[in-house]
Write a protein that binds this ligand. Structure first.
Ligand SMILES: Cc1cc2nc3c(=O)[nH]c(=O)nc-3n(C[C@H](O)[C@H](O)[C@H](O)COP(=O)(O)OP(=O)(O)OC[C@H]3O[C@@H](n4cnc5c(N)ncnc54)[C@H](O)[C@@H]3O)c2cc1C
Length: 373
């Protein structure tokens, strides 16, 4: 039930990634006037491994923003096999009997979701950058001024809206870097997903193949490693496998690692996705959390700004990211890292637990409770 009567000004959403479009789609579905502004012209690329967890797929489908068939069409490859490595040692290959982790193209995925929001009735403006915001309006680089009743910052890791609320630039960000390599350039095509520990503190190297290419990247959240350390580790990894980095373009993007905004903003200003710091600190997953937080922000607006009731859900993205900020130390801290690596190697249940985390099948608390019993 919609409790509030929105003011005559629309809700203004900055950013048309998964967080912004989910919010716009839901508001428009409930006939709440909204305008979404993105600086990019779509389709646009986004540096991302493109791994979509089971939890993310479920949120997309149960919300109704995508049908099963539409998600199938967007899926480049399904994976149920995960190999875990510690530098050159293969720790374990885990094969899941459950739903797959999907690889999607962010160019296509984001564009399809943006069309969904437009079809639902959201007014979409692309190719115009929001350059200044306050609680009642935003101004864009084309000189337009949009008055708004609610403002939603879904503008990614370097969020302008978050900076407006915090009054300063955020302190720390993580970093993700990747190469896209055609399968035809490889001597051996990787089977399933690979995660390689031991190269970057508080991070890992990933190998995510789809039907045409493999995304090989490295990332870390809240790590002492600098972008140049991560690049060096990634290039060394590729060269050791006979892949010449010079042939491919290195792409990078920041990953939020600052304090999570558990209230998703304040007053009539909301934050969703990377702008709210909603990235898993162990896996780096952010797409599913962006989508879910976009819906949560829409729910807050629909409930007349009642954050308390909407955001206090135990298993929602806010709770999962909070748990990841704690449990990452068990996996990555120099004190416990060796034990965690041994666990992944020697105990099938640990590997299943890791799969359940990246697929979103279990929360961290559920997984640890299960492992302890
Ligand atoms: C290298 C790397 C690999 C990753 N791999 C994965 C993965 O495999 N799986 C996973 O789940 N997550 C992954 N992530 C995280 C994931 O990409 C993000 O968490 C997710 O994109 C967040 O969605 P969002 O909508 O919050 O922000 P974004 O997708 O960043 O969208 C923000 C939008 O805001 C727009 N914008 C920004 N500023 C302005 C402005 N001033 N005016 C107008 N528009 C603006 C941008 O153009 C953009 O379209 C990865 C991240 C990185 C960096």
């Amino acid at each position: 039930m919609i409790n509030n009567v929105p003011g005559k000004d629309p809700t203004l959403i900055v950013g048309g990634g998964p967080a912004g479009v989910s919010c716009a789609w839901k508001l428009a579905t409930f006939s709440i006037p909204c305008i979404l502004i993105d600086k990019a012209s779509f389709p646009r690329d986004k540096v991302c491994g493109g791994a979509l967890s089971e939890r993310a797929a479920e949120i997309l489908i149960t919300s109704g923003i995508l049908s099963n068939n539409e998600l199938e069409d967007l899926t480049l490859k399904e994976h149920r096999t995960l190999s875990l490595w510690n530098r050159d040692e293969l720790l374990r290959t885990y094969i899941s009997q459950d739903a797959p982790v999907r690889i999607i193209s962010r160019r296509k995925f984001d564009s399809v979701l943006l069309d969904k929001a437009a079809s639902a009735g959201a007014f979409i403006v692309t190719g115009d950058t929001v350059v200044s915001v306050d609680s009642s309006s935003v101004t864009t680089s084309s000189g337009k001024n949009y008055p708004c009743s609610n403002l939603v910052g879904a503008d990614g890791c370097n969020s302008l809206v978050r900076r407006f609320i915090a009054g300063k630039r955020s302190k720390g960000t993580g970093m993700g870097l990747e190469y896209l390599i055609p399968l035809t350039d490889l001597n051996e095509i990787p089977e399933g997903l690979q995660i390689h520990f031991g190269y970057i503190p508080y991070g890992y190297i990933w190998v995510f193949p789809d039907s045409e290419k493999v995304n090989i990247g490295a990332g870390a959240v809240g790590s002492p490693a600098s972008p140049s350390n991560i690049t060096e580790a990634l290039n060394g990894f590729l060269e050791a496998r006979g892949i010449s980095c010079d042939k491919y373009q290195l792409q990078g993007a920041p990953i939020p690692s600052r304090e999570l905004d558990r209230n998703l903003g304040k007053g009539n200003i909301y934050l969703a996705g990377d702008a709210a710091g909603l990235v898993d600190h162990v896996s780096g997953e952010g797409i599913g959390h962006a989508v879910q937080s976009g819906f949560l922000v829409a729910d807050c607006i629909l409930s007349g700004g009642n954050r308390g009731t909407v955001l206090n859900k135990k298993d929602c993205c806010i709770s999962i990211v909070r748990q990841s900020m704690f449990y990452r130390h068990l996996l990555f801290s120099p004190i416990t890292h060796g034990t965690a690596i041994m666990g992944l190697r020697d105990n099938e249940e640990f590997a299943r637990g890791y799969w359940n985390i990246i697929s979103g099948k279990e929360s961290y608390n559920e997984m640890f409770r299960r492992l302890l019993t």
